[in-house]
Design a protein around this ligand. Structure first.
Ligand SMILES: [Fe+2]
Length: 453
């Protein structure tokens, strides 16, 4: 862990136990890590306390409607113009950005992978991002990409911001410490965090182990927000108070540092002489947050049939077409299955949306075998999928008493745009050759005579 002087609102060195968060989704927050650092009654005083510089970070156009208007005011040791100098070209060839049509020879199909291999070399988070799919076009702020990450080194003097979209990080193995311009978040498996577009950050290891692994949804489109609940009403699903935004924290470091940028799919790097994480106080509603997936209150069938998986949407990034998401983040959490005279797992289907899935832990109810924690699956636009033969037989013949589906957490990045497979994913050694065989046992039962078969 980086031991550089870190100030939090307590004036103490930050440790996992002292990190503090502010509850609420999209709130207008205010926080300061030194007393009096945050101006009161105005945004841009003639001179700021402590000699800080005032700076606005806009996540929406200035003129966006009030409901989607997002900006924060940052009070920092240096303005951001001092956090970049002349850029050099840089390369992270496994991090792809849409539009990207990698050359590979893998034909269309339903795909599934075991976890990506642990690295044999030292890798930071930034070096460990491996793109699996891209969709849409980052230059028009449309679409998303699905990445896996694996790393085993702290980003100590390396910092990154992504101009192409926000990053929704889903740790699967190992807790991570996310040190952003606006505060520090400790995020463990079964939690997620979101880093807004353009926000400087670095990621450090949490806990003791040899490899840290997870998934990322890079959202090029409108920001993730909470889905409307419709007739569900004012409660359940992801509740706003369970989203946690960090209090202000800064790193007072005057030593050589590197700032890396991804901008329209290209990487650049610049050398500076200090940490860019120098925001002493801030206020506003453009901010990172974390969320504990265990606080999601699922709503589902309490009589019969299986609702659409959208009932489990945690966050949605909308498009101009109502109900047609740029990307939804959906989870499949522990829950009771109580439906009568019902095939309880997800049904067989084809979908205009494209579905990238991961498994954080446990077992997913539509697959009896082969989909392992850390693994991934891709069911692209209009490709059929559903329970494997074993899951079908089990669910078709089980006694329908109430059952607790427990010790499980799968998720889906579901986008309206077809997902283009990267060469890395197409040639990944953990791609399962035999995935399609999971449906082989679904034999014809129809013989023209009526009756339950
Ligand atoms: Fe599906």
């Amino acid at each position: 862990m980086d031991q550089t002087s870190i100030q939090t609102s307590d004036g103490e060195a930050a440790t996992a136990n002292t990190l503090k968060y502010m509850p609420g989704f999209g709130n207008d927050f205010e926080t300061e890590s030194l007393p009096g650092a945050l101006p009161q009654g105005q945004n841009s005083p003639q001179k700021c306390n402590y000699g800080l510089y005032a700076e606005q970070l806009s996540g929406s156009p200035f003129t966006a409607p009030r409901g989607t208007n997002e900006r924060s005011w940052l009070y920092r040791i240096r303005p951001s113009v001092r956090h970049t100098r002349r850029f050099s070209n840089a390369s992270y060839p496994l991090w792809k950005t849409a539009p990207s049509f990698d050359e590979h020879s893998l034909p269309l199909g339903q795909l599934r992978w075991d976890p990506i291999p642990a690295p044999s070399e030292k890798l930071t988070f930034l070096e460990g991002v491996r793109t699996i799919t891209t969709a849409g076009d980052a230059t028009t702020q449309v679409g998303m990409s699905a990445h896996a990450y694996v790393f085993n080194e702290d980003m100590v003097d390396d910092y990154f911001f992504n101009a192409d979209g926000e990053l929704l990080i889903v740790p699967q193995l190992g807790a991570i410490r996310v040190f952003t311009e606006m505060g520090i978040m400790d995020v463990e498996p079964l939690e997620i965090c979101l880093i807004p577009r353009g926000m400087m950050f670095k990621i450090l290891k949490g806990g003791e182990q040899t490899v840290w692994r997870g998934y990322i949804c890079e959202n090029y489109g409108a920001k993730f927000t909470l889905p409307d609940r419709g007739p569900i009403g004012a409660n359940c699903l992801a509740n706003p108070r369970d989203f946690k935004t960090p209090v202000a924290a800064f790193e007072d470091k005057e030593t050589p540092c590197r700032v890396h940028v991804k901008w329209c799919g290209k990487f650049y790097v610049t050398d500076i002489g200090h940490s860019p994480l120098d925001v002493v106080a801030w206020h506003g509603n453009y901010a990172p947050f974390k969320y504990d997936l265990r606080t999601f209150s699922p709503v589902g069938a309490i009589r019969f049939d299986h609702p659409d998986p959208s009932i489990f949407s945690v966050l949605t990034a909308p498009t101009e077409d109502a109900g047609t998401a740029n990307v939804d983040f959906v989870i499949f959490p522990p829950r009771w299955l109580v439906a009568e005279h019902t095939f309880r797992p997800p049904w067989y289907h084809r979908n205009i949306m494209s579905e990238f899935m991961g498994l954080i832990h446990g077992q997913y109810d539509a697959k009896e075998e082969g989909f392992v924690p850390g693994g991934m699956s891709l069911h692209n636009m209009m490709l059929p999928h559903g329970p494997d033969a074993l899951a079908f037989e089990k669910a078709s013949n089980t006694e329908l008493k109430p059952v607790k589906l427990d010790h499980t957490m799968a998720f889906m990045f579901e986008t309206r745009y077809p997902q283009q497979l990267t060469k890395y994913a197409a040639e990944l050694e953990t791609l399962q050759d035999n995935y399609l065989e999971c449906w082989d046992g679904l034999e014809r039962k129809f013989d023209g005579t009526p009756g339950i078969k």
